[in-house]
Design a protein around this ligand. Structure first.
Ligand SMILES: NCc1[nH]cc(CCC(=O)O)c1CC(=O)O
Ligand SMILES: [Mg+2]
Length: 339
């Protein structure tokens, strides 16, 4: 018994406290019994960068500890993380400049990098869930997620036609989940229809439903060399000030056939995760984006924060906000911490 609670001059109001929340924080066992949320390896989706070539991995300078892998080394990494219990990987390709064009033709090449990668993963680690990104930015010379007209306007409906081809070609390659990250209107419905028409009823759609125009994507654009060559993405990605609009976007994507809805970025949008969770029974995903990764790594490298503690605290808070799934570059590190 600590003397703090037994001194004679303790105010009587405190002495007679009936509720003392600290009672349940007294020991690790008690804390564990009343813990409301638990981060587990099942929550994690490992976001990975793939590039052409052989036997190479290159570190992304603004994302220390995160690499672009050639397919052979990517497969090694995926085997390892699968053994650690990670269920799913989300793939993003680095496309050589020479294969980029105005309309992202390479994105639906049956022999393209993504398609080749999906096939190889399915042959080597068949149990891992493969999630492929559906958006034009890695494939377009201008770095936008859509087709651009002469006035610099990002065209919605012509872009959706390309996204549909991309999604079907990923399904042909064997992907489990297609994940449109482009924010064009109507793409979820168009992709669902096309997948079904081609017999891919079983392929799921993870919709980037509430994706914000964010400063937190900088390191990702370094990784893929995909920063927009002009303007910004504000005519298609959402305004950071809006919350009700996120609910509208989610509602539309669900009506169009989304299987999982996502909020992106995560950390600055916890309120959005929480609100969406309370309005849908679908699984809700959160994308712990590149800038969120970079901030933690940078502060940790300076010795300013305890990296492991901050990673676990950050991802657990996303679960507390309502995320069922978390896309994160920390997935492997976290899986090791949770062992
Ligand atoms: N379709 C683009 C896309 N898909 C995933 C990310 C960012 C992910 C991250 O920052 O980790 C982006 C960047 C963007 O919209 O410019
Ligand atoms: Mg939408």
């Amino acid at each position: 018994m600590s003397s703090e609670n037994s001194t004679n001059n303790t105010a009587s109001a405190v002495k007679s406290l009936i509720q003392r929340p600290r009672r349940l924080r007294r020991t690790p066992g008690l804390r564990s019994m009343v813990r409301e949320n638990q981060l587990t390896v099942d929550d994690l989706i490992y976001t990975m960068f793939v590039m052409e070539g052989e036997n190479q991995k290159t570190e992304i300078s603004s994302m220390p500890g995160c690499y672009r892998y050639t397919l052979d080394l990517l497969l090694e990494e995926i085997k390892q993380v699968s053994e650690l219990g990670i269920n799913a990987v989300a793939l993003f390709p680095l496309i050589p400049e020479a294969k980029k064009d105005d309309v992202g033709t390479e994105s639906y090449n049956p022999g393209g990098l993504v398609q080749k990668t999906v096939k190889a993963i399915k042959q080597t680690v068949p149990d891992i869930v493969v999630i492929t990104d559906v958006a034009l930015d890695p494939f377009s010379i201008h770095g936008h997620d859509g087709i651009v007209d002469d006035n610099g306007v990002i065209l919605n409906d012509p872009t959706v036609e390309v996204l549909v081809k991309m999604a079907v070609s990923q399904a042909e390659a064997g992907t489990d989940i297609v994940a449109p990250s482009d924010m064009m209107d109507g793409r979820v419905g168009a992709i669902r229809q096309a997948l079904d028409a081609a017999g891919y009823f079983h392929v799921s759609i993870l919709a980037y439903s509430a994706k914000y125009a964010s400063g937190y994507y900088g390191p990702f654009r370094d990784a893929l060399d995909s920063a927009p060559k002009f303007g910004d993405k504000k005519t298609y990605q959402m305004d950071a000030a809006n919350a009700r609009e996120a609910l509208k976007e989610v509602e539309l994507d669900i009506a169009e056939g989304a299987d999982i809805v996502m909020v992106k970025p995560a950390l600055a949008y916890m309120d959005i995760i929480c609100q969406i969770k309370s309005t849908t029974n679908l699984p809700v995903a959160a994308y712990n984006v590149s800038g969120e990764y970079a901030m933690i790594k940078a502060a940790a490298q300076q010795g300013w924060i305890d990296e492991k503690k901050v990673i676990l605290e950050t991802l657990t808070s996303m679960k507390r906000a309502g995320a069922d799934l978390i896309l994160t570059y920390f997935a492997k590190e976290v899986a090791l911490m949770l062992l």
